[in-house]
Design a protein around this ligand. Structure first.
Ligand SMILES: Nc1ncnc2c1ncn2[C@@H]1O[C@H](COP(=O)(O)O)[C@@H](OP(=O)(O)O)[C@H]1O
Ligand SMILES: [Mg+2]
Ligand SMILES: [Mg+2]
Ligand SMILES: [Mg+2]
Length: 356
């Protein structure tokens, strides 16, 4: 296909190319930090969730690449991290570490001839302060989703999406620790890369979902599984028990007759794995009072819907990402295929009623 016809087929082709480049570069920084993680590289935010030098470094690189690759676009980004803690007394050393990590990653890549100062790093982090909303275009970034998994040495994802007039139009999920090979026969066996680790999922509205090696390979179209009997289904849930109510997910699994034990995995890697049929259902039911943020679901949700799946809240409504930094939704998120959605939704609603 010529470049011109590719652009005609995908109206967000330029944004997709920039987003993929941003996520790949950010993931490289994360991989280096995960390989040599030290306790001192982990800080605690005011909400007591962890944040690492890699969360900040990833956010800086994504912000930088998007601006460099799309210079004529107006830039608005809703991202998880801010610079507040890095501007405090005593944070100089951490800020210096982030700055050198970012500069080393840029230099090793070779695409940009530049070096950032500490002030540039703080400003790039604060490029993610947008409130998002229903009008215009907004990038939505989780620089490391699954920070707890990242620190443990498990799964995590760099998750970047684009909202256009309140709708998700593009999503890229970089999952450095997720094998490229699907466990589902239909989507498995990507060329010669059988044991390769590191998957890059990407989707644009109306164009389907593809995956390629994080290090680069031919992209492959993927689709969710076609299981229609819940007895044959397996489901994903958070590795962290505090992130999703296990009593409810196990009661739903029981109602559905699901035989397989839950697959527990950190981050939106779950959405990617679901999109290629590694499992059939993803359930996320936070404890009362927890409000979901948009960056935890934007990229993952389009990766699943463009692979033929569905993502709904506990009332059966689509997720509404147009309300700002938080997800305005009923408790609970279900991602699955179109055959299983009605039965899973019914079981979830029954389980929630019984809980009251
Ligand atoms: N008590 C809680 N309940 C539900 N989600 C929570 C939570 N505390 C943190 N989270 C969110 O859960 C995300 C990780 O999801 P998962 O459990 O699927 O790995 C975290 O993303 P970050 O790691 O980006 O902060 C964070 O936003
Ligand atoms: Mg966090
Ligand atoms: Mg997150
Ligand atoms: Mg995060």
């Amino acid at each position: 296909m010529s470049q011109l016809s590719e652009v005609a087929a995908n109206p967000y082709a330029a944004e997709l190319a920039a987003a993929k480049k941003a996520v790949v570069l950010a993931a490289r920084l994360c991989q280096i930090v995960q390989q040599g993680i030290l306790q001192s590289d982990v800080q605690s935010k005011a909400d007591r969730t962890p944040v690492t030098v890699a969360d900040y470094g990833s956010q800086v690189l994504v912000s930088l690449v998007l601006k460099k690759e799309l210079p004529s676009h107006s830039f608005s980004m809703v991202a998880e991290e801010d610079s507040k803690d890095l501007r405090k007394d005593g944070a100089q050393e951490v800020l210096e570490h982030i700055t050198s990590l970012v500069n080393e990653t840029i230099a090793n890549d070779g695409s940009y001839n530049m070096s950032l100062s500490k002030e540039d790093v703080l400003a790039a982090i604060d490029g993610g302060k947008s409130e998002g909303g229903p009008s215009g275009r907004h990038w939505i970034l989780d620089p490391i989703d699954g920070t707890k998994g990242f620190i443990r040495g498990d799964q995590y994802a760099v998750a970047l999406g684009l909202l256009d007039e309140g709708k998700v139009v593009l999503g890229v999920l970089g999952c450095p620790n997720l094998p490229l090979k699907s466990t589902n026969k239909h989507n498995g066996g990507y060329g010669s890369s059988r044991d390769q680790v590191g998957s890059l999922f990407f989707a644009t509205i109306g164009c389907g979902t593809e995956v390629e090696a994080l290090e680069g390979s031919d992209p492959q179209k993927i689709s969710v599984c076609s299981i229609n009997n819940p007895v044959d289904a397996s489901f994903f849930e958070s590795f962290e028990a505090s992130h999703s109510k296990r009593d409810l997910t196990s009661s739903i699994a029981e109602k559905l007759g699901v035989q397989a034990p839950p697959v527990r995995m950190d981050s939106q890697a779950k959405y990617g794995a679901l999109a290629r049929g590694d499992g059939a259902i993803f359930l996320r039911i936070p404890h009362k009072g927890y409000i979901e943020t948009v960056w935890d679901h934007v990229a993952g949700s389009i990766v699943v819907t463009e692979a033929g799946g569905m993502v709904k809240d506990a009332s059966g409504n689509d997720l509404d990402f147009s309300k700002g930094r938080y997800l305005d939704r009923d408790r609970g998120i279900i991602a699955t295929n179109k055959y299983l959605m009605p039965v899973v939704l019914k079981a979830l609603q029954e389980a929630m009623k019984e809980e009251q």
